[in-house]
Design a protein around this ligand. Structure first.
Ligand SMILES: [Zn+2]
Ligand SMILES: [Zn+2]
Length: 404
């Protein structure tokens, strides 16, 4: 037999074997053996795995396809971290089907509305989604105390005094507690969190005013870097090195800021290169950092926009690159980084509380005035049967506030 014939026969046999194994996996009546999409709530996280979900990748003003900045990092040890909570991201977070008690750690990169606009909704709305664990929030100081995270969140609690006043006496409101940690914005690779084998450091960012930072999370030899917003800076380039997964803003290029976003030419150049990072600048940063995967975000990522952003980023960077859009998900291990899109169920219900609920603290009830009470139509013939139904089913003895 000639050499070519032997090679052909070996190749043919190998091919046949391959076909046989593939055919064995597929069935006309069973689920497909592989799916190319991520269904939130349907997959375990391996003990050495990090799952990253983009929950907000767009511009400061959210649109149906993209919320403002928000990134979820889930670790194989059970810890979950939110980086930024920009306007519109809360519904995308809800779509992850994660009980709210598991998502109690939020790191805010700076106090722009597109990085913290959904914090009130997540914080107070979360108490109606069964969160009983206090919400922990970390954020930077500013150039003066009133520009820092602690002051902002203090005012946020004052701003929502009416909202809080309605809830305390009616539901178990433990999830409405806020634990705020403000750390110095000028810490360079300074540890701001260290628990359960997870270390999070902050580095200064250059964006808006003093008081913007980027974050570095390390766990089990995996390194996740989140730029939040920043123009290229020496701290990111130095401390993001060795990252498995490096997120950095990659704004629309100035010509598209003019034609698509409606900016004046001067606004496009100033905002697009001096306040934010153009694709060319993003590529330059990543060519110095050399992460296992570079991820650009913070632009409206459409079919006719992505190729132009990519082309420009490719002028300065030729390494692994994803340009993020909402619901993109990554499974990160030392061996592999897998990128997929999620398939979202819009009919989302909250997960259960993970602690036993206490009865509401009735001492926190703020009574209505006699004026407002005088307007109530109590409809006892309709309402009392509802109380009877629940009391009978659950062995309780709950009475309506408005009896007559
Ligand atoms: Zn910003
Ligand atoms: Zn931003």
């Amino acid at each position: 037999m000639t050499r070519t014939a032997t090679a052909f026969l070996v190749g043919f046999a190998a091919c046949g074997f391959l076909l046989a194994t593939v055919a064995a996996k597929w069935s006309p009546t069973k689920p497909a053996p592989t799916l190319d999409v991520y269904y939130p709530g349907s997959e375990s996280i391996a003990s050495d795995e990090m799952r990253v979900v983009a929950l907000g990748t767009g511009m400061p003003s959210p649109r149906p396809k993209q919320a403002a900045a928000c990134w979820l990092v889930e670790l194989g040890n059970g810890d979950k971290f939110l980086f930024d909570l920009g306007a519109g991201c809360h519904e995308r977070l809800a779509a992850q089907k994660i009980p709210y008690d598991y998502i109690d750690k939020v790191f805010i990169g700076h106090l722009h509305v597109d990085h913290m606009g959904d914090l009130p909704s997540f914080w107070l709305g979360g108490t109606t989604m069964n969160r009983l664990t206090p919400l922990r929030v970390w954020g930077p100081s500013g150039h003066a105390p009133e520009y820092g995270t602690a002051h902002a969140l203090d005012l946020m609690q004052q701003m929502y005094i009416w909202d809080i006043g309605t809830r305390g006496g009616v539901i178990d409101f433990r999830g409405g507690e806020l634990e705020v940690t403000e750390f110095p914005f000028d810490g360079v690779n300074a540890v701001i969190y260290e628990e359960n084998g997870v270390v999070i450091r902050s580095i200064p960012a250059v964006h808006g005013l003093d008081g913007a930072v980027s974050f570095i999370l390390e766990w089990k030899g995996l390194k996740f870097v989140y730029g939040s917003d920043t123009i290229p800076n020496k701290w990111y380039v130095e401390h993001a090195k060795g990252a498995d997964f490096a997120v950095h803003e990659c704004f629309l290029p100035p010509p598209l800021l003019v034609t698509k976003q409606g900016f004046a030419p001067q606004e496009a150049l100033m905002v697009g290169t001096q306040g934010h990072t153009s694709p060319e600048q993003f590529g330059k940063v990543m060519s110095l950092v050399k992460p296992r995967l570079a991820v650009g975000y913070h632009f409206f990522n459409d079919f006719d926009i992505e190729p132009e952003v990519r082309r420009r980023a490719r002028k300065t960077y030729d390494g692994p690159l994803d340009l993020a859009t909402d619901y993109m998900v990554w499974n990160v291990t030392k061996k592999e980084i897998r990128t997929r899109m999620s398939a979202i169920d819009e009919d989302i219900w909250p997960g259960p509380a993970l602690k036993k609920k206490n009865p509401p603290d009735t001492s926190k009830v703020i009574p209505f005035s006699d004026f407002t009470k005088s307007g109530v139509l109590a409809f006892p013939e309709v309402v009392q049967p509802l109380f009877d139904e629940i009391n009978e089913k659950y062995g309780t003895d709950i009475k309506p506030i408005f009896a007559e």
